[in-house]
Design a protein around this ligand. Structure first.
Ligand SMILES: Nc1ncnc2c1ncn2[C@@H]1O[C@H](COP(=O)(O)OP(=O)(O)OP(=O)(O)O)[C@@H](O)[C@H]1O
Length: 603
């Protein structure tokens, strides 16, 4: 990405602050003119003092000169203080506002992207975080540099250079001659740093991602006593990062030395040339000070050039990563329009093929119908593609081939928010947000009253357990057990009260008593709604109106429990294996021997 491209990308973010930008530019112009007062005042002072001394006059004749010079220089400093404050304040105001707008845009874009974007290996959480943080930070340095450093310094330099030319073109030429050498050196330096910088960016992203995943997986790491292994992995990245950082510094120090030397050559050349001209009688002695001060105005920004270049290159590197987030519009979820007054909830998949962005083919030629108001179960071994079907029904992903219909219309025609507002999804592992239990349940419906929340918790058999906690509904939800968190997700579902419900192993982390309670609750909520349930526990799916059996991404059987059992196919295999794993014979015998009435109810 070139600097020009970055400026073009930043313009829309800076445009709302146009009056501030104009005010800053005006202040810069006045500031650069004021900066030239010192050389003029000093030349005048030196020349006048010399004239007074050579004509035998002293303090009595010269005191008014001292007074005037003091008034002018102090007055200029007061004006300068005002100008600098205005420049910095306005520059910072622009920087802070633009930085806020950039971060906000990145967050909004991320929220609008489909799931595939986040599962892409290059977009893991730590990497995205680094790209946003570093991108905004370096772009803001660029804006800050422009308004606070580059603009005032270069305006000063330009005005000083013009004044030098007007004073004497040879002196002007010497000052001008140093510039291309300096620019060329800075350019070479930036070029050398570019490769290392890209490598640094990649390593920073890798380090942050590693750190996040380390914290996320701390329990597994500790249980396998893999602290040393993880530390070594993280240290290896750190080592490579340090090496790249040191390499950057080394290059910088080398070039900085050469550039300081070039600058000093310029100062010496100006002094020698001006002294020569003074001795030759072409200039007054005050010109020596005058030219050295002017050259200082020219070389001040040059001294900053490598830093500005450096930060500019950093911005170029990180801006690329940042704008790649804003530019992933092809990953945005598509805009559908259909919002019918009523949704029956009949889904149909016709010869659907789906491959994840990673390249894993998950579904092949899948055709199935999910009847409105009925319960449909998806059964199959791990990795068969059951959750993928739900991912497609929620439009988290779109099929690569085939058709997906809802109430006869292509699913893609529906407004996404409308569609998802009508779907309740309970997963095997549900996210609990940082916050209280109440806030977490309320996520299902922000308009719910406290009474609604408590009713939902009751339906999810959680209310009593919440009351037993010291802070009740105000307790930290992330401290709850896995089973309790699962019930929060179910309470959210009750609160949302959608006509379509997708349950992916909804009772996976519940104890036997809770499983039975939740099953009863879910049986109640299922009435009259379209339900799709995935469960490895066949007890959860016996009563389904229709069962689809998936194997390696294909539908191999479908029917009711009775029909599938008779077919003696995959379903029967799974059923028999389930019965054996539960040791059903032994269970039944124990219950029969005990004359337990559970067996009667069960039978
Ligand atoms: N986000 C993803 N990115 C890439 N591949 C994925 C993703 N999710 C699932 N897969 C792959 O797609 C295939 C089907 O996975 P899916 O989760 O649908 O199976 P499942 O039948 O629900 O399994 P389980 O019963 O274990 O939950 C698997 O091979 C899996 O590795």
């Amino acid at each position: 990405m070139s600097l020009w491209e970055i400026i073009k990308r930043l313009l829309p973010f800076v445009r709302p602050y146009r009056p501030l930008v104009i005010a800053t530019l005006l202040l810069t112009l006045v500031g650069s003119l004021a900066a030239q007062v010192n050389p003029f005042a000093l030349r005048y002072t030196v020349d006048t003092v010399q004239r007074l001394l050579s004509s035998g006059q002293g303090l009595a004749q010269g005191w008014h000169l001292l007074l005037w010079v003091s008034v002018i220089l102090l007055g200029k400093e007061i004006l300068n203080a005002g100008i600098t404050f205005g420049q910095k304040y306005f520059g910072e105001k622009i920087r802070i506002s633009v930085s806020g707008a950039l971060s906000e845009t990145a967050v909004l874009r991320l929220l609008s992207y489909q799931l595939g974007y986040f599962t892409d290996a290059g977009n893991q959480a730590g990497r995205l975080q680094t790209r946003i943080d570093r991108g905004v930070e370096s772009l803001m340095k660029l804006v800050q540099n422009f308004f606070i450093d580059i603009l005032p310094l270069f305006a000063n330099a330009l005005v000083a250079l013009v004044v030098m030319f007007v004073a004497n073109r040879w002196v002007g030429l010497v000052a001008l001659g140093v510039l291309p050498v300096y620019f060329w050196l800075s350019y070479r330096q930036a070029d050398r740093l570019n490769g290392t910088r890209r490598r640094l960016r990649g390593l920073r992203e890798e380090k942050n991602h590693g750190l996040l995943s380390l914290i996320d997986n701390i329990t597994v790491i500790k249980s396998f006593v893999r602290e040393d292994y993880e530390a070594d992995k993280q240290l290896a990245v750190q080592d490579r990062l340090e090496e790249a950082q040191l390499q950057t510094r080394k290059t910088n120090f080398r070039y900085d030395g050469v550039k300081t030397f070039v600058e000093q050559i310029g100062v010496v050349a100006i002094i020698v040339l001006t002294a020569y001209l003074v001795l030759a009688g072409q200039m007054s002695i005050g010109a020596i000070m005058f030219h050295v001060l002017l050259f200082n105005n020219v070389s001040a920004p040059i001294r900053q050039l490598h830093r500005i270049y450096d930060e500019m290159n950093e911005a170029l590197t990180y801006a690329e990563g940042f704008f790649s987030i804003l530019d992933a519009q092809d990953q945005a979820e598509r805009p559908g329009r259909l919002r019918p007054a009523q949704l029956r909830g009949q889904f149909e998949l016709r010869r659907v093929d789906f491959t994840y962005p990673s390249g894993t083919s998950a579904l092949r030629g899948v055709s199935l119908t999910i009847e409105a108001g009925r319960t449909t179960a998806l059964v199959g071994l791990s990795g068969a593609g059951k959750s993928t079907v739900l991912n497609l029904l929620c439009e988290f992903y779109r099929p690569n081939a085939g058709q997906l219909l809802l109430d006869g219309h292509p699913l893609g025609d529906y407004d996404l928010h409308y569609l998802r507002q009508h779907i309740g999804l309970v997963l095997q592992k549900n996210h609990i947000f940082k916050g209280t239990i109440e806030e977490n349940i309320r996520y299902g419906n922000f308009r719910a009253t406290q009474a609604d929340i408590e009713a939902a918790a009751r339906q999810a058999y959680l209310h009593q357990q919440i009351l037993d906690l010291p802070l009740g509904y105000g307790s930290d939800a992330q401290q709850l057990s896995g089973g309790q968190q699962q019930r929060i997700a179910i309470a959210r579902l009750f609160l949302k009260n959608p006509p379509i419900i997708f349950l992916d192993e909804p009772t996976a982390s519940l104890d036997a008593i809770a499983t039975e309670q939740i099953k009863n609750s879910l049986d109640a909520i299922k009435q009259g709604r379209t339900v799709v349930i995935i469960s490895h526990s066949l007890a959860q799916i016996f009563d389904s109106d229709c069962i689809y059996v998936l194997k390696k991404g294909e539908v191999v059987e479908h029917g009711t429990h009775g029909q599938l059992y008779e077919q003696r196919g995959t379903y029967r295999e799974i059923f028999d294996a389930s019965a054996r794993s539960l040791n059903i014979g032994r269970l039944a015998k124990t219950l029969a021997d005990d004359g337990d009435d559970v067996l009667d109810t069960a039978l």
